[in-house]
Ligand binder design. Structure first.
Ligand SMILES: [Ca+2]
Ligand SMILES: [Ca+2]
Ligand SMILES: [Ca+2]
Ligand SMILES: [Ca+2]
Length: 124
């Protein structure tokens, strides 16, 4: 009976050892940041001290992709090259149906060119 109890303790100890987990951190891309901080340890350009660039990825490992680097584009439903302020989207590249120039700016340009246009009409 005594031997049986010892065997039970031995089995219990072995199980505990198998449950132990060891965290291994490495710097596989050599950027100076270990895998516990480096959100992409296969890309040396991606680490917590990196600059965020507009590429669809989180370059500085803060959990946000392309924060504060996107450009605002305005919907151009009539295709005149000038967008409406009411419909905007932030993106890295110009989406289909959007332009970078706001319509309000085009009105100002037309007003500044009005004098030139009037002069031309009067001459001809
Ligand atoms: Ca790294
Ligand atoms: Ca990296
Ligand atoms: Ca980021
Ligand atoms: Ca990015």
């Amino acid at each position: 009976m005594r031997c049986f109890l010892l065997l039970l303790f031995a089995c219990s100890d072995t199980k505990t050892n198998n449950d132990l987990e060891i965290d291994v951190v490495e710097d596989l891309d050599g950027d100076g940041f270990f895998s516990d901080e480096d959100c992409d340890d296969s890309d040396p350009n991606v680490h917590p001290n990196s600059d965020e660039i507009c590429d669809g990825y989180d370059n500085n490992c803060n959990g946000l992709a392309d924060e504060e680097v996107k450009t605002t584009f305005y919907a151009d439903s009539d295709g005149d090259g000038f967008g409406a302020e009411s419909i905007t989207t932030d993106a890295c590249e110009v989406p289909n149906g959007f332009v970078e120039i706001l319509y309000r700016r085009s009105i100002q340009e037309l007003k500044s060119n009005a004098m030139v246009w009037t002069t031309i009409v009067m001459v001809t």
